[in-house]
Design a binder for this molecule. Structure first.
Ligand SMILES: C[S@@+](CC[C@H](N)C(=O)[O-])C[C@H]1O[C@@H](n2cnc3c(N)ncnc32)[C@H](O)[C@@H]1O
Length: 215
């Protein structure tokens, strides 16, 4: 419990001090490259857990999907709507708030306290810098959370990071193939789509894109 609240404070502080080096002011290239491997119908429900103020939400909405984000920081959510000039309504609840814009719903909540019953049936998950924002124990809770929130047929586009651990300290956390298998293979079919060079905190790193299919 204590570790969880330390984790939450860490991320809330990142947003309040504008220390958001992970944020990219462009659509992530691997999303554009690999989105077509997802077998999604038009107007699918796409979940973006730990979404920050990612521009990728816009790309997914522009593909015609209903996009649902979950993010703990209200600063991030308000910035997302303001910077992209999207009108929204805020609906307050005791443990979470709902920010509702055209084609886009962002829930302000700790994902681990999120009232799952309000989430529609999710067809696709997009995970960039979400799994890898979490420490070891939380990653297991997170993958379990995704598994129990989805049904057979759900797909996920997941991007992980590998780097020289002597050069940088997490987050982002290094998640290798072995860990990925331990987290997902019981409930998801894992396909490695490709490895690409990338930068993590200014250091050379490798991004891995995976397609996960819920069994
Ligand atoms: C590394 S950032 C990535 C954001 C986004 N996926 C992107 O690509 O820019 C991780 C985000 O997760 C949010 N976050 C961390 N822990 C969370 C939790 N338990 N529940 C909801 N959001 C969380 C942080 O506030 C932060 O915006």
């Amino acid at each position: 419990m204590e570790a969880r609240s330390e984790h939450n404070k860490f991320w809330l502080n990142k947003w309040s001090s504008n220390a958001i080096g992970f944020h990219e002011d462009f659509i992530h290239p691997l999303l554009k490259q690999y989105w077509s491997t997802i077998d999604s119908a038009p107007r699918s429900n796409v979940l973006v857990p730990l979404c920050g103020k990612s521009k990728d939400l816009l790309y997914l909405r522009d593909q015609g999907h209903n996009v649902f984000g979950i993010e703990i920081s209200e600063i991030a959510i308000v910035a997302f709507f303001a910077e992209n000039k999207i009108a929204y309504e805020k609906i307050q609840h005791p443990n979470h708030d709902i920010f509702q814009g055209e084609g886009l719903t962002v829930y302000r909540s700790d994902i681990f306290n999120f009232p799952k019953k309000i989430l529609p049936k999710i067809d696709v998950i997009y995970d960039r810098a979400s799994l890898i924002a979490l420490s070891g124990r939380q990653r297991k809770n997170y993958s379990d959370w995704l598994t129990t929130s989805t049904q057979s047929g759900c797909e996920s586009l997941l991007i992980t990071l590998e780097y020289d651990e002597e050069k940088l300290s997490p987050p982002p956390y290094l998640v290798d193939k072995m860990e990925l298998a331990a987290l997902y293979q019981d409930n998801w079919l894992i396909t490695h789509l490709g490895q690409h060079s990338a930068l993590a905190k200014g250091h050379q790193a490798r991004e891995n894109a995976y397609l996960l299919n819920r069994k």
